[in-house]
Design a binder for this molecule. Structure first.
Ligand code: ADP
Length: 441
């Protein structure tokens, strides 16, 4: 027990004993006790009323009531607790104010929504970029305020690994990059950055590459056509035959380069949300493997296809064909004659997996992180023989991004390489039961 409370009880005990003594001395013990008890009740009632008044006093400068004994301690204790609460409340209010001021100073829009997708709070930049109004928009559904269908899909799908780009509803010339983070009970923190400048630069780069490629395409076709005709002609001088063949080979390479550049540009700009066709992976791989065997021709590679999953992919067939072809044709290109190439399609709980494995020259570990960069070659000397454009894996990367898939590369120099494409479960579709296919083409 607290020391002061014990002292108070002691004092009360002594007062009670003194009352009894006085009662005995004056010969009126019962009345003395009654007077003592009435005095105690009155005192306690008065202190309770003071406590009540003090607790519910709304004035800012209320001071703690004067009292002594247990009641004095009680007033003082409550006063201290109240003071501490006030200090904590001031500190938290200051902190909230600081967070609010700093987020308002941000150029990026920050929005918080609750589990139901209703607007809880947003900063000034969000108000400017999305046109939200404090008076009317609190507790409104964000999907009613940002009416872009892509945003609605992105917001509701809850797959926030990637970002979304959309135009500001206030000024359509402003391009915003939106990231969403889930926290708490399905609450969302939405951050939108103004990336108009980067978007313009990127667009200029794409337009430049696309225009140059388009402009080069026709002259190259004409030059290549004439060179072909000339190399077939019998009346051409012997000394010109070799240069004509070389020029024809080089123009062919340029044509491949131009068409790969155009393909890459197309895949970069295609709307990934519209790619939801059912692609029969088994049939697609069978046809790609057949083409790879034709491509191998005299090199006599063995291309083995193993399909352990019946899953189809929801996506765009042409894109998937060019990605899978690039991987399988690379395996042929970078594997010596009579090499083994294994193409496998399987699935587990994490999704569908396409693996292309070869026992070719392999890739040194330092090159692996950069393989999907445009024109990056692990071994430029080797490239001269294979005649690739250096864009194949960049195309693969873009196709996989469009299908929410990822690329994994494992390789041991001198022993071979394994390229794996991992498709998430939501990109797979399962047909009615179909027998397992395992074939050697
Ligand atoms: P390229 O047209 O040069 O083949 P890619 O983008 O398809 O361009 O490939 C990039 C580089 O990755 C290639 O130049 C090659 O060095 C390396 N590479 C790709 N696939 C393989 C493979 N299966 N085995 C060994 N190296 C490979």
């Amino acid at each position: 027990m607290h020391k002061r409370a014990a002292r108070y009880i002691q004092f009360f005990g002594w007062a009670f004993i003194a009352t009894i003594i006085v009662g005995l001395v004056i010969g009126e013990l019962a009345w003395t006790l009654v007077v003592f008890l009435i005095a105690c009740v009155l005192w306690s009632t008065r202190q309770s009323v003071r406590l009540h008044q003090w607790l519910y006093d709304k004035s800012a400068d209320k001071s703690v009531p004067e009292s002594y004994g247990l009641w004095g301690d009680l007033f003082e204790g409550l006063y201290h607790i109240q003071q501490q609460n006030q200090v904590t409340r001031n500190r938290l209010t200051g902190m909230i104010e600081r967070v609010r001021t700093s987020t308002n100073a941000l150029k990026d829009a920050v929005i918080m929504t609750n589990g139901a997708g209703q607007m809880d709070w947003w900063n000034d930049a969000a108000g400017q970029l999305f046109g939200f109004r404090d008076e009317t928009d609190v507790a409104q559904l964000i999907t009613n305020l940002v009416r872009d269908p892509d945003f609605k899909r992105y917001f509701n799908e809850k797959r926030y690994d990637d970002y979304l780009e959309l135009n500001s509803s206030v000024d359509p010339n402003i391009v915003l990059r939106v990231h969403i983070t889930l926290f708490g009970a399905e609450d969302r923190l939405i951050v939108a950055q103004d990336v108009t400048r980067i978007h313009h630069l990127e667009q200029m780069r794409k337009d430049f590459v696309s225009n140059v490629s388009h402009e080069m395409r026709t002259p190259l076709t004409v030059i290549h056509g004439y060179l072909e005709t000339m190399s077939d002609a019998e009346n051409i001088d012997e000394q010109w035959q070799r240069p004509i063949r070389t020029m024809s080979g080089q123009t062919q390479r340029l044509e491949v380069l131009v068409s790969d550049l155009l393909l890459l540009e197309k895949y970069e700009t295609e709307d990934r949300y519209k790619m939801e066709n059912l692609v029969d992976v088994q049939a697609l791989l069978a046809s790609v493997c057949k083409d790879a065997e034709l491509f191998s021709a005299d090199s006599q590679h063995t291309v083995t296809l193993v399909c352990e999953s019946q899953a189809n992919i929801l996506g765009e067939e042409n894109q998937l064909r060019s990605a899978f072809s690039n991987l399988v044709f690379n395996a042929v290109k970078y594997t010596p004659d009579e090499g083994q190439i294994l193409v496998r399609w399987d699935q587990d709980r994490s999704g569908g997996h396409l693996t292309v494995k070869d026992n070719g020259c392999g890739i040194a570990p330092e090159h692996i992180p950069r393989l999907t960069e445009r024109f990056y070659r692990a071994d430029p000397s080797r490239h001269a023989k294979t005649g690739g454009s250096g864009l194949g894996l960049a195309i693969v990367k873009h196709v996989l991004i469009n299908h929410s898939a990822t690329l994994e590369v494992n390789s041991v120099p001198g022993q071979g390489s394994e390229f794996s494409c991992h498709f998430p479960t939501h990109k797979l579709s399962f047909p009615a039961a179909k027998s397992q296919v395992s074939a050697q083409i």
